[in-house]
Design a protein around this ligand. Structure first.
Ligand SMILES: CC/C=C\C/C=C\C[C@@H](O)/C=C/C=C/C=C\[C@@H](O)CCCC(=O)O
Ligand SMILES: [Zn+2]
Length: 691
């Protein structure tokens, strides 16, 4: 029987029986490998197995007769734990790692595709490596070659069936006897027109209305939709890129610009980065300086507003250097994105992407920039090895962000910043995570869950609360900040797991008089318990007392009583207003929550005029809580004004729980979902029960 026929037979058999090889490949690949083994062409290093989530894994001898005697188990999900190091990646960094990548892209706005190639310079870690496994998602691979001196040898390659949320596995078969050491591979490919990591806007969808726009968002695992790669943060590589684009547009990347020449821009990133930090944006963009080695980029219509809103960027950078040590990325630019950008900010190196919903007019939301600056150390320099340890990126970043706030505005503001975060965390655990309490753990299990579905504020806020607790325990910032610097220095340019942090904390303090304090940290409680942080450190509540008091008044008094109350008219800061509204939403019961009360709220705090998205978001949620059908146009207009998930997910979730409003929400979602990035439409569809 020919190999092809045998493979076909095995593929059918393996699909039916849910058989996978030991690295959780898909049935077709397993079939191919098993057949090669039976034909004597494959060393028996691949052990077919049957996986079942509740029964675990059954190892099998690769004999069809034996396989037939195994009872039929139905795998509930075909994902399983993909790689040894990273459950969200097929790649095998323990065998081979990417050192440098050279990207060559032609941006095709007409077909909404990137077309081109990548050369990966790998380091092979074992003699006799048989294949390279890369992650891909909806990518059309056209050719693959191994480069040897001035010539190249074509490679056999095959792409597996895709697995939901994860994408597919690209296997490049290496020549026999491939030795340890350097190896370069050229891959020619094009992206799909609906690559999950890219967003294409037609001119009408931009501010200027004249030119198209394209941008990427690769975190957590969407880099694989724009380039075949080891899409795991366990691997870090430098890169060069040459991008061919319409002449009248500006191309930017998460790198330094080397040269711009008539529609061709070249970039270099000399600091090793994980694939999720690859980023590109192309549009009709202009810039304004924010400081030495720092500019803000945006469409011309908003550039002055952006420069004003983010004018504290240089001061924030200085504070961050004071906390974390030298800045290694040379440039710190901001790019203010179109409103469909799904996050508040993304820490793409040299070029942070931020949402235009930060443009409040009073710099009150610019702390997101402090957060993204902090990532220059926590996340970008010291990186989580896989997304189960995402708190090492985000918890540390929020911790440093609050220190930047503290250095710029004092300790009362710093602690209020933390308290506000805790209000948001409580809301998130009560609503978004109510059906998935396992995702409220600090370290999560992503074996059967895509990172986008696990994303929440838990790693951010529970993580930073844990660090603040440890800081207090060890003796405060004077003692802890030198440790933080040493941890960042020790693991700079590397990827880490929670145990690396734990070990370095012990190594640092074990020989000091703080040794006994270490024993008090209940790691299990903090890392694996569900719910709110088990211990809330003592925080200065001066500023929070005002928002607490207002939430209490507005939730317990009638509208008539409030009209007479002088306390509700006291002057409060924008942050106190945001926290007060957030706490009001969290109240178990709000007395007399009527149109009249919301109108009084709006007139008392000038809410009708506000352009602050955080304020507007909370007012819209209160309108939904009050079931004000006459405000539906305003609610939908807010939900359509931007597709930042922090805002539109809760709005859709709230509407989904209000029977009269649900059909309106569903209809609106259907009409706008194609303008959203894939991650946003995917998660909202899940929240609404459409997936
Ligand atoms: C425990 C969670 C595991 C993995 C999640 C990792 C990534 C998920 C993915 O959906 C990407 C997240 C990107 C976040 C970027 C910026 C955030 O800091 C924004 C926070 C929300 C906001 O302000 O809009
Ligand atoms: Zn972050």
């Amino acid at each position: 029987m020919s190999i092809a026929k045998r493979v076909q037979q095995w593929a059918t058999f393996a699909r039916q029986w849910h058989i996978y090889d030991c690295t959780w490949q898909n049935p077709f690949d397993s079939a191919k490998l098993i057949s090669r083994h039976l034909m004597g062409k494959q060393k028996p290093i691949y052990h077919p197995m049957i996986h079942n989530r509740s029964l675990g894994t059954q190892h099998l001898s690769p004999s069809p007769s034996l396989l037939r005697t195994v009872p039929l188990y139905t795998a509930q999900r075909t994902m399983g734990r993909l790689g040894k190091i990273d459950p969200s990646s097929y790649s095998q960094p323990e065998l081979i790692t990417t050192k440098h990548s050279t990207l060559q892209w032609k941006v095709d706005f007409e077909h909404t595709k990137l077309k081109g190639s990548v050369i990966h310079n790998f380091k092979v870690l074992e003699n006799g490596l048989e294949s390279i496994i890369l992650d891909v998602r909806d990518v059309n691979v056209l050719n693959a070659e191994v480069i040897s001196g001035n010539s190249s040898i074509p490679l056999n390659y095959f792409v597996s069936d895709p697995v939901e949320d994860i994408g597919a596995k690209l296997t490049l078969e290496l020549p026999q006897g491939t030795a340890k050491g350097d190896l370069s591979v050229f891959i020619e490919y094009e992206t799909s027109s609906n690559a999950s990591g890219l967003q294409w806007l037609n001119p009408k969808q931009t501010l200027g209305k004249k030119h198209p726009y394209m941008f990427s968002q690769c975190q957590a695992i969407h880099a694989r939709s724009i380039v075949p790669c080891q899409d795991t943060p366990a691997v870090k590589f430098t890169y060069n890129a040459t991008v061919e684009h319409p002449r009248d547009l500006t191309a930017l990347m998460s790198a330094l610009i080397e040269k711009k020449d008539a529609g061709i821009t070249t970039f270099k990133q000399e600091v090793p980065i994980p694939a999720y930090l690859l980023a590109i944006a192309i549009g009709d963009l202009v810039s304004k300086p924010l400081g030495p080695n720092s500019n803000v980029w945006a469409e011309e219509g908003i550039i002055d507003e952006c420069a004003e809103e983010f004018s504290q960027t240089s001061e924030m950078l200085k504070a961050a250097v004071d906390v974390c040590g030298p800045y290694v990325w040379k440039q710190y630019d901001l790019l203010v994105m179109p409103p469909s950008f799904p996050f508040g900010g993304m820490e793409n190196p040299c070029l942070t992407f931020v949402t235009p919903t930060l443009l409040a007019g009073d710099k009150s939301l610019a702390d997101v920039v402090a957060h993204e600056i902090a990532h220059s150390w926590t996340g970008n320099l010291v990186t989580n090895k896989n997304f189960e340890h995402f708190w090492l990126n985000e918890g540390f970043t929020v911790f440093v962000e609050t220190k930047i706030v503290g250095r710029m505005k004092g300790s009362k503001e710093q602690d209020f910043h933390m308290i506000r975060n805790l209000t948001d965390l409580q809301e998130c655990i009560r609503t978004q995570l109510s059906n998935t309490p396992e995702l409220t753990k600090l370290v999560v299990d992503l074996s059967n869950c895509g990172p986008d579905d696990a994303f929440s504020s838990v790693p951010y806020i529970k993580g930073s609360t844990f660090l603040r607790y440890i800081e207090e325990l060890m003796g405060g910032p004077e003692v802890f900040e030198p440790f933080l610097k040493s941890y960042l220095q020790k693991y700079a340019y590397q990827s880490v797991m929670t145990d690396d942090f734990k070990n370095s904390l012990y190594d640092y303090f074990i020989g000091t008089d703080k040794k006994e304090k270490l024993e008090q940290i209940d790691w299990d409680l903090w890392l694996t318990c569900e719910g709110m942080p088990p211990i809330i450190p003592k925080l200065d509540e001066t500023l929070a007392n005002v928002s607490n008091q207002l939430a209490l008044l507005w939730s317990t008094k009638t509208t008539e009583e409030l009209v007479e109350n002088a306390e509700v008219k006291q002057k409060i800061s924008t942050h106190q207003l945001i926290d007060f509204l957030g706490k009001l939403i969290e109240c178990k019961e709000i007395k007399d929550l009527t149109e009249k009360k919301i109108e009084l709220l709006e007139s008392t705090y000038n809410l009708k005029q506000t352009k602050n998205a955080e304020v507007l978001f909370r007012v819209m949620r209160l309108c939904i809580m009050a079931k004000l059908m006459n405000r539906m146009d305003q609610i939908i207009a807010f939900a359509n004004s931007n597709f930042r998930m922090k805002f539109c997910r809760p709005i859709y979730r709230d509407l989904g729980k209000w029977p009269e409003a649900k059909p309106i929400a569903l209809k609106n979602f259907e009409s706008v979902k194609d303008q959203m990035m894939a991650v946003c439409s995917h998660t909202i569809a899940k929240d609404l029960g459409l997936k």
